[in-house]
Ligand binder design. Structure first.
Ligand code: PFF
Length: 454
């Protein structure tokens, strides 16, 4: 497949905004706080930052390099850069990973949509704070309601993706991401002021390192990859639209910084309220959606109008952050089908929707009718969540790092990082980064991965 005529992001800012749009999503607002709650609070945050800085950023750079140099989907990029080898199988792995992630991610997207509808009718901001946690349990354990919200969210994702990369992505990211940021900061201030909230602040700021076991490290690594959309081809595909003059290093650092700031702010918005409401921090995937109604109902008791407006805007912003992430996952599948089989984008979308629905519906029902159905002790939802970030994305990122560190020629890697020697800062960063990509990233990922299996 020729790379000529491939659509490109208009500027480096547009690339960074699109990457941040993919990275900042439910992973920050929903997944990060529950991971923090399950793995000992502040200690997990430290592990997360270490994994993010030293492992996720180099892996982002590797994946982006392959994408920009390959200028195709995952399969096509590897076929182009490593002709006649098995590296192209990574295309299949990334489609599998994105298919699994999009299937369970849309469940949480559906919850956000449901909460938006509830907030529009005033249900979230005008309820009894003490009973607020039950709102989520009642909704998620149903059948028709969560499934319809799931389908609506999935269809919205597919419609945007079929609209094309530029039209679909650029429109969304520019307004809603900054809006979400300011709303989250306001929520931190409110959450910290709630009675009993200081216990939550302490939980985040006083790390108990003894709580950080091998599984905590593996989850921190998985969370860093999940949150930066790494290891399954999203960064690769988006970077294949990146201009040759733009800096990959800058793209990686900006994505990492904005993504981490969002996650930590979300932690501080949620965890103090968790303690104030007396919810168990280890509640798992339901944690944030049990806590948010409590925050808004509390706010509503003091300032009903403000709480109403804030709830509606907040869920709108979350929804749009979730959509900019889900479209980036589905994009990997669609790009693959378009390039491999030459089909139209909408045909590819329809073909992928069927298996996504087949896996997604059991994920939705994991909180209701199928909550007792376990595989390896996990519900279908938990299994997809674990399998994607802790296994597929981790191994995918490892493969991308091995490809750049050990398969690509050193000069080609330097050329890609420094744009043919024109980027001074990237030039200075090349030596330590290259060393890291070869000698630190692969062994560290392998050690963390294997230690959890043991
Ligand atoms: N990074 C997204 C989030 O934090 O919500 C989730 C995600 C998007 C994961 C795209 C993987 C991906 F390819």
């Amino acid at each position: 497949m020729s790379s000529s005529g491939r659509e490109q992001f208009g500027s480096s800012l547009t690339y960074i905004m699109a990457m941040a749009g993919s990275a900042i999503g439910l992973g920050n607002i929903w997944r990060f706080p529950y991971m923090v709650g399950e793995h000992g609070g502040g200690a997990f945050i430290i592990a997360y930052i270490i994994c993010g800085l030293f492992l996720a950023v180099p892996c982002f750079i590797c994946e982006a390099m392959i994408g920009r140099r390959g200028r195709r989907d995952v399969y096509g990029s590897f076929e182009h850069l490593a002709p006649g080898t098995k590296w192209k199988w990574m295309g299949g792995v990334s489609v599998l990973a994105s298919f699994i992630i999009v299937s369970f991610y849309c469940v949480v997207g559906g919850w956000s949509l449901d909460f938006l509808v509830r907030s529009l009718s005033g249900h979230l901001s005008q309820g009894d704070p003490e009973a607020a946690a039950g709102v989520f349990q009642r909704m998620a354990s149903g059948t028709i309601e969560p499934i319809s919200m799931y389908v609506a969210f999935l269809l919205a994702t597919a419609i945007i993706v079929v609209g094309g990369v530029k039209k679909g992505i650029e429109r969304f990211t520019k307004i809603t991401t900054p809006l979400l940021f300011f709303l989250m900061v306001a929520m931190v201030i409110y959450s910290v002021s709630l009675p009993g909230a200081m216990a939550g602040v302490k939980y985040l700021l006083q790390p108990d390192i003894s709580k950080l076991d091998a599984s905590g490290w593996a989850c921190a690594l998985g969370q860093a990859f999940f949150s930066m959309s790494l290891g399954m081809g999203t960064v690769l595909v988006y970077s294949s639209f990146m201009k040759k003059e733009d800096s990959i290093l800058k793209g990686g650092l900006w994505t990492a910084v904005s993504d981490t700031v969002f996650a930590i702010i979300a932690g501080f918005a949620i965890m103090p309220a968790v303690f104030s409401a007396g919810i168990e921090p280890t509640a798992g995937p339901s944690l944030v959606y049990e806590t948010l109604p409590y925050i808004f109902a509390k706010m509503g008791a003091e300032a009903p109008v403000l709480s109403f407006v804030m709830t509606v805007v907040f869920f709108l912003a979350i929804l749009s952050a979730a959509l900019t992430s889900s479209i980036s996952m589905l994009e990997v599948c669609i790009e693959h089908a378009v390039h491999r089989f030459g089909c139209k984008r909408w045909t590819a979308a329809v073909v992928f929707l069927i298996p996504i629905l087949a896996l997604g519906v059991p994920c939705v029902l994991s909180f209701g009718g199928l909550s007792g159905f376990k595989i390896f002790g996990l519900t279908v939802f938990d299994l997809c969540d674990y399998l994607s970030s802790n296994v597929l994305m981790t191994l995918g990122a490892l493969a991308f790092a091995l490809f750049v560190g050990w398969y690509m020629k050193k000069d080609d890697v330097r050329d890609e990082l420094t744009n043919g020697g024109t980027l001074g800062l990237s030039g200075k960063a090349f030596k330590p980064l290259y060393f890291f990509i070869r000698w630190v990233v692969p062994p560290a990922i392998i050690i963390i991965f294997v230690s959890t299996l043991v």
